[in-house]
Design a protein around this ligand. Sequence first.
Ligand code: NAD
Ligand code: TYD
Length: 353
Amino acid sequence: MNRTIIITGGAGFIGSHVVRNFVNKYPEYHIINLDALTYAGNLENLRDIEEKPNYTFVKEDITDAAAMIRVFEQYQPDGVIHLAAESHVDRSIADPTAFVMTNVIGTMNLLNAARAIWEGQFEGKRFHHVSTDEVYGALGDTGLFTEETAYDPHSPYSASKASSDHFVRAYHDTYGLPIVLTNCSNNYGPNHFPEKLIPLCIHNILTNQPLPIYGDGKYTRDWLYVVDHAVAIDLVFHEGKNGGSYNVGGFNEWQNIDLVKELCKQVDEKLGRPTGTAEALITFVKDRPGHDLRYAIDANKINKELGWYPSVTFEEGLSKTIDWFLDNQEWLDNVTSGDYQKYYEEQYKEVKK
Ligand code: NAD
Ligand code: TYD
């Protein structure tokens, strides 16, 4: 094994695609998936690679500083790809502290552990911090986020991610830690936890429940197929400039209402039902507090420097995503039982009435 890489949050949505890509593509690397298995972590996501000889799962919580030092001393990673996070804006509105603990303190614990074992010997080492476009705040009807856009987070989630980004850069500037950052737009695809818009709507269509659209539905997001994000992370981890950051996006903006209508159309087609069946479930509900109007990424830097561009169109990506959920209804049933029900009751009280 010529490299050992700790990937945090590898049992989650994006992390599982990153782990799969690295385990399959680099049999000469030892990939350690470090994950606390919160409500969002699910080892079912990695069944196809869990027996591979270059894969190890370690159940630890990144908020535990001593555990991070222990794991880093045991495995001596030369790379870290950090995805573990509390990731859902609505949950951050309900419980901001959990976001500070995992996203800020957890990130700092990993930075400290990397610094401790690398001891200033930074040649060949890399700490890749995976972040979001939400740190840049909200755009009006025009403009794009570039790597130079000033941070202006509004939700507790984005504030915690912005803070973690600042700590990662501070460790580079202060201690010379070799770092790279990626700030990506909204992902979608297989294994997406059904608290987020697209998988929540797929789940609700399949269970004949209302499709809750916040406010007037005119909020705009830039959507990227998760496998393309995993490819971007691989590229930046290996070839990104030390200390640099790269915006990753889908060149693919949709207003929520149009996106959900497109989703409804495709699901009806795939289920062989009359057009309009799913759309009839659309229900406008109370807006999210502090809701950012629009996110849109300028991903030209990663395109020009590293040659990355999304490989699938939105139509293809959405079709693959719906197919995956239709073929994996047991996965959906498993993750929506238990605690999910409590979360759903609380978050969507108004719709349930
Ligand atoms: P997710 O919520 O699906 O998964 C998070 C994973 O982290 C889970 O496996 C969970 O068990 C683990 N985790 C949470 N707290 C932990 C802790 N204290 N210790 C160890 N593990 C812990 O998240 P995701 O959507 O896959 O996002 C992954 C990363 O990508 C996050 O850092 C997120 O901010 C970033 N990101 C997400 C998106 C998106 O659209 N989902 C877009 C851009 C960036
Ligand atoms: P989400 O998937 O939570 O991602 P983010 O908030 O990180 O962008 O939400 C995407 C968009 O969809 C956002 O504008 C909020 C909206 N939304 C709804 O309208 N209804 C919902 O039930 C959810 C979860 C989101």
